[in-house]
Design a protein around this ligand. Sequence first.
Ligand SMILES: Nc1ncnc2c1ncn2[C@@H]1O[C@H](COP(=O)(O)OP(=O)(O)O)[C@@H](O)[C@H]1O
Ligand SMILES: [Mg+2]
Length: 261
Amino acid sequence: MVIATDIEPQEPPMIEVRDLDFAYGAKLALEDINLKVARHRVTALIGPSGCGKSTLLRCINRMNQRLPGAHIRRGSIRIEGHDIHDPRVSLTLLRQRVGMVFQKSNPFPKSIHDNVAFGLRIAGVSDPVVLDEAVERALRAAALWDELKDRLHQHAHSLSGGQQQRLCIARAVATRPAVLLMDEPCSALDPIATLKIEELLGQLAQEHTVVIVTHNMQQAVRVSHDTAFLHLGRLVEHAPTAQLFDNPQQALTEAYLRGTF
Ligand SMILES: Nc1ncnc2c1ncn2[C@@H]1O[C@H](COP(=O)(O)OP(=O)(O)O)[C@@H](O)[C@H]1O
Ligand SMILES: [Mg+2]
């Protein structure tokens, strides 16, 4: 009898990073990263400041390549099996498939409605009924619909900080991206606004594959299914969150979790 020890998934992982080296000019920021992210999971990226969390996140939607000198030295990144650097993959299409939310909320100086409809308009949607439906769906996904449904044409900057960040989440999910990248999305928010976003994450994972950078280890425990620990540009350990925190396999992970670096 053959016992399968390493069961290959039926479908390609949502995100697959292979042998990735990434440099800013001469400085290597990521080295030999191999990471597979399964669909409909929340994956937390943790590790000390400067270890490469944001760099890795930004590689996944080619956000880094705008910087002069920043380049992939080796390796590849696939989303649903497609190489994101394939010349046939347009940046516009990639950004529709891979949404991003930043540390500091950055709504456009437009109305609430126009913010959420932005990506759809870029994708060529102009039918007002379709846009209205999509705006409602995205605002519901960001738990903002009930709060904002009567003021969709107000300026986005009239919202509170927490609402602005949830608006950015609504804007990011409006095009129904397969992947949602979040770089410390709560670090500028108060505890109540943070809690609201943390509560959203589980629901967002039902439609999207979420990768979230957090410097807050308790947040990683609360919100993620899987955790990847990075140190000095290398991926040290990637495991289901409970396993990584309760029973780390690497001495470096254990030292980091214990705070005895
Ligand atoms: N735009 C940049 N130009 C040059 N070096 C950078 C740039 N952004 C980040 N780095 C360097 O790359 C490394 C990883 O940074 P980053 O990904 O921002 O880490 P983290 O998000 O884990 O704090 C650090 O050494 C940082 O100084
Ligand atoms: Mg960072």
